[in-house]
Design a protein around this ligand. Sequence first.
Ligand code: CAA
Length: 240
Amino acid sequence: MSRVALVTGGTRGIGAAISMALKEAGYTVVANYAGNDEAAREFTHVTGIKTVKWSVADYTGCEDGIRQIEDEVGPIDVLVNNAGITRDAPFHKMSREQWDQVIGTNLNGLFNMTHPLWNGMRERKFGRIINISSINGQKGQFGQVNYSAAKAGDIGFTKALAQEGARSGITVNAICPGYIATEMVMAVPEKVRESIIATIPVGRLGEPDEIARTVVFLASDQAGFITGATFTVNGGQYLT
Ligand code: CAA
């Protein structure tokens, strides 16, 4: 029987590429999404991948959603915490709401999604948790105090949880994408975006599939000795 993978924010952008790459690699994939029903319907229509709706910012929603998937599809072997939002503003203009929304989804979302399925992975002695952090959690970004704080938190979460999962066959790793050609990056004002691309040595934005291939590798049995690691996939824009 194929392994089951759950991808949050898995119907659009980097998440959609991850869902499709895992399906192609032989996983039974379920893609979670929070808001865009039309995109989810279209995604299922095109890919045949099951989609399920809840917000990763809502702990009870995560518990219920995960229980439902485990009943209908089977125990979750691979969790990709990909769901993320931006609410960019310089700090002097940033509202408490913008802070809370980004921390709620991009940081609390990792707790909310991982906690309900952690004990199952421990009992089954196998699991793969792959957290999609960001270059901006590594280097910080003007206009993203909220996002950079959350994404840096994702790296700390990864390093600590990796130590707890190691003896149970569970690996926990983070990927830090640089600027990838998705709606999120296209929403950055064009002049700002152009100035960012000028700082990428490879000379272009990344492609969602370049992140997806890293996820497929980390999910595989061959990656069992890699845990607590942070993978930088950014075209050389920031070297850690
Ligand atoms: N460093 C220094 N100064 C900067 C700056 C930077 N990187 N970026 C902007 N500024 C300055 C501008 O020059 C301007 O200065 P002046 O007023 O002196 O001309 C000032 O900041 C702009 O201030 P405003 O009050 O006008 O700012 P704003 O309300 O228009 O907001 C912003 C600006 C929202 C921060 C906008 O610059 C922006 O969107 N920046 C991009 C942020 C970014 O990179 N987001 C990443 C999104 S993609 C993503 O998050 C995916 C991922 O993981 C990589």
